[in-house]
Structures are given as structure tokens and as C-alpha cells.
Design a protein around this ligand. Structure first.
Ligand SMILES: Cc1ncc(COP(=O)(O)O)c(C=O)c1O
Length: 403
């Protein structure tokens, strides 16, 4: 581990246990002490509901909660804090978009383009809205290497394309989408663009203005924050036009039995008491990432990925999936003749936690001709020694199964 990242592991209490090589970070990352402490402090010293109390504690809770929104705004370089909406995670962000934007925008025959890497959280909400409105959900196909087929994408873009939904980093393959090419093309076709940043935020610097998308979504728990909190950022002019997604307290300005007036942004999309402690935890997690040496982090994650790829290439019967070229944070693999679940169980018995299955990407698995795969995924605190421990466990398992 490089020097600037050396002390990281000590900050993660859950890593301090024997026989645990945690390589399932794309599912969820561990949480640093400062995130746990911030949430604990909120409940012990500041707990009150936000935006509504006339008392000191409520004022403090509101300021801490809204401070977390400011942290998100600066972390993704959003133009305005009102454009940052707290959700339960990427899944809720996508449901909000499909239901609110979809019902406002889609007409029969309209087209929604979505990449084949897409997580079910992106596919299913748009699929359901397409069924309701008569729009069509069209997948952007893959090349033989598992990359997005840019020629096919360009051919699919057209006057009927209303929405383009893209995964920034594939959770199953670790592939990174060429957003710098794809987003301007979508915009030129007049489409609204959505980026699923769930697997990007822990690894890449995010600047929604440079990206040039209309919406950006991510989950707190995949970037060292708590579960139950996520973000939807959107361009103000679009958010202003969209109807609310849920109704209740917080999201209204005026209510009578005859009708209601909705609140201003971002509260229009935040019905009910929000996940206050979780938002505060997320703000702390983003501050943790901000303080990392980004260059060192990138070099370290590249070293981990290169080591695991070289190690897998040397193991007979082990095949990295879509492992040619660049993989960021995650790599899928299979063992010839063996079920991915069996490999996962045997690795677990050796103290190595990986993910096995379809990774909530069944259409991707179908496109690759797979029932599922095993996946290793890294966070900043993983070490080369852990990669070696994984590789030696995998070697023992394949030799044992080969006997
Ligand atoms: C790329 C991607 N998108 C969306 C999601 C859904 O995230 P969540 O379950 O936190 O809502 C995940 C989770 O694995 C993901 O990896």
C-alpha cells in the first residue's frame, strides 16, 4: 500500500477482525470511524426533526443536515444546492426519475436508450414507465470485448430518443463508459441524459458540470457512507418542470382539502422526514474521500487491478470476464466447469468475501452468455497482500476441484 493510504485501514473498525479479506466493495463499502461518529453524535447530541422546530436543537439538526447537502453540492460540483435531492439510494433516484420525468415527458413511440451494462435499478423503472406510456426501451449493445458499441449507439440515437440512461462504471465488469463521447451525442440528438454514478463516486472525481449530463445519481453506502441515503442531482430547469414523486409533509407549501401547493426545490422531491443521520453520515463520507490523495488512490487501485489480473491469467481454468483493457474497481471472473456460487462459498471458507451471481444485471449476463459470475471489487483500504491472499485461495480451490 502506498504511503498516503497506509493508515487508512485503521480507520475502518469492521476491517479489524481476523480472517477477513473484504473484496465485495462494489456491493457496499465499509464505513470509516468518522462516519460512524458523525451519526452517533447526531443521535446523542443533536437529534431533532429538521426544518420544522422553533427550538435550538431543531435548528442545529437542520443546519447539520443542510450542511451535508452543501458537501454533496461541492463534491459533485453542482451549480446549486437546490439541485441536490436526497433519496434512499440510486434505486430510489432512478424510480423518482422514471416516474416523475417519465410521466411528464414520454409519449407513445418515444425511445429510451439504456446501456447493456445497466443495473436492474435503472432498467426496471424505465421499463415500467415505457409500458405505461407506450414508449420503447432500447438497449445499447456491446462489442465482443464487453464495451459499449459506440457505432450502434450513434445509429440508435434519433429524433425519437427522449432519454439516454448510461452507467458510468459497470458494477459487474468494472468497465468505464466513454461519457465524454456519449453524452454530447445524446444532447445533440435532443435527449435528456441520466448517469448512474453508483460505482464511480468511490473511484473517480465527479464534476457534473464537466460531464454535461442532466441527471446524476449515486448511493451513499458504496462510497464509505451509510445505507438508506443517496443522491439525485438534476438541472434546475428540468426539476422545476417535473411533478413531485411522493406526497406528504415537507414537500408542500400550502394544503387545503381543495388542493395543495408544492414546496420549492429540493424539498418538492423530499416528502416526509428525511434520513437525517444518514445524510450527515454521507456528508462525512464525502469529506473522507475529499481528503484522500487522489493520485495515490488511483495508482493504488490500478496496482490492485493489475495484480489480480496477472494472478488470474496465471491460474489454469480461471478467466477474467471483459478483462482486456481498463477495469475500474471491479472485475468478474469464472472458473471453467464450476458454478460461481460454489467458488464464492469456497472463497468465503478461506476468509475471502466476493460477490457471486448476476450482480443485478441479468440482461448483461445474457448478452455475455453467462448465468452469473464471481466478482472481486476494491476500495481504497484494500492491500496488495489481500489480493495475494485471494489469489492463493483461488489457486487452492481450483487445484482441489481439479483433483
Ligand atoms: C451500477 C449500479 N447502479 C445502481 C445500483 C443500485 O444501488 P442501490 O442498491 O444502492 O440503490 C447499484 C448497486 O449495486 C449499482 O452497482
Amino acid at each position: 500500500m502506498s504511503a498516503p493510504l497506509y493508515h487508512l485501514r485503521n480507520q475502518f473498525p469492521a476491517l479489524n477482525q481476523p480472517d477477513l479479506v473484504y473484496l465485495d466493495n462494489a456491493a457496499t463499502t465499509q464505513k470509516p470511524e468518522r462516519v460512524l461518529s458523525a451519526m452517533n453524535r447526531f443521535y446523542r447530541e443533536q437529534n431533532a426533526n429538521v426544518h420544522r422546530g422553533a427550538h435550538r436543537l431543531s435548528d442545529l439538526a437542520t443546519r447539520t443536515f443542510e450542511g451535508a447537502r452543501d458537501k454533496v453540492q461541492s463534491f459533485i460540483n453542482a451549480p446549486a444546492r437546490e439541485e441536490v435531492i436526497f433519496t434512499r439510494g440510486t434505486t430510489e433516484s432512478m424510480n423518482l426519475l422514471a416516474q416523475s420525468l417519465g410521466s411528464h415527458l414520454l409519449q407513445p413511440g418515444d425511445e429510451i436508450l439504456i446501456d447493456t451494462w445497466a443495473h436492474h435499478a435503472c432498467i426496471v423503472p424505465w421499463q415500467q414507465m415505457a409500458m405505461r406510456t407506450g414508449a420503447k426501451l432500447i438497449p445499447i449493445p456491446l462489442t465482443g470485448d464487453g464495451d459499449l458499441d459506440l457505432d450502434a449507439y450513434q445509429a440508435l440515437l434519433g429524433p425519437k430518443t427522449r432519454v439516454v440512461s448510461l452507467t458510468q462504471v459497470s458494477n459487474a465488469l468494472g468497465k468505464v463508459a466513454p461519457l465524454e463521447v456519449m453524452l454530447p451525442e445524446a444532447r445533440a440528438a435532443g435527449a435528456i441524459t441520466i448517469v448512474d454514478g453508483a460505482q464511480a463516486v468511490a473511484h473517480l472525481e465527479i464534476d457534473v458540470q464537466t460531464l454535461g449530463c442532466d441527471f446524476y445519481a449515486f448511493s451513499g453506502h458504496k462510497c464509505y457512507g451509510p445505507t438508506g441515503i443517496g443522491v439525485l442531482w438534476g438541472r434546475r430547469e428540468l426539476l422545476e418542470q417535473m411533478p413531485p414523486y411522493q406526497y406528504g409533509g415537507e414537500m408542500i407549501q400550502q394544503v387545503s382539502f381543495e388542493g395543495s401547493q408544492f414546496n420549492r426545490l429540493p424539498y418538492k422531491f423530499e416528502a416526509g422526514t428525511p434520513a437525517i443521520a444518514e445524510a450527515i453520515g454521507l456528508g462525512e463520507a464525502l469529506a473522507f474521500i475529499d481528503e484522500l490523495d487522489r493520485k495515490a488512490l488511483q495508482a493504488h487501485e490500478t496496482a490492485l487491478m493489475e495484480r489480480v489480473k496477472a494472478g488470474m491469467a496465471a491460474l489454469p481454468g480461471v478467466e477474467a470476464i471483459a478483462g482486456r483493457g481498463h477495469n475500474l474497481g471491479a472485475l468478474s471472473f469464472r472458473v471453467e466447469g464450476e458454478h460461481h456460487q460454489d467458488i464464492g462459498i469456497l472463497l468465503d471458507q478461506a476468509g475471502v468475501a466476493v460477490r457471486c451471481g448476476h450482480h443485478c444485471c441479468q440482461p448483461l449476463m445474457q448478452a455475455l452468455g453467462l448465468k452469473g459470475s464471481c466478482r472481486v471489487s476494491f476500495a481504497a483500504y484494500n492491500s496488495l497482500e489481500e489480493v495475494d491472499a485471494f489469489l492463493s485461495a483461488l489457486k487452492e480451490i481450483t487445484e482441489f476441484l481439479d483433483d
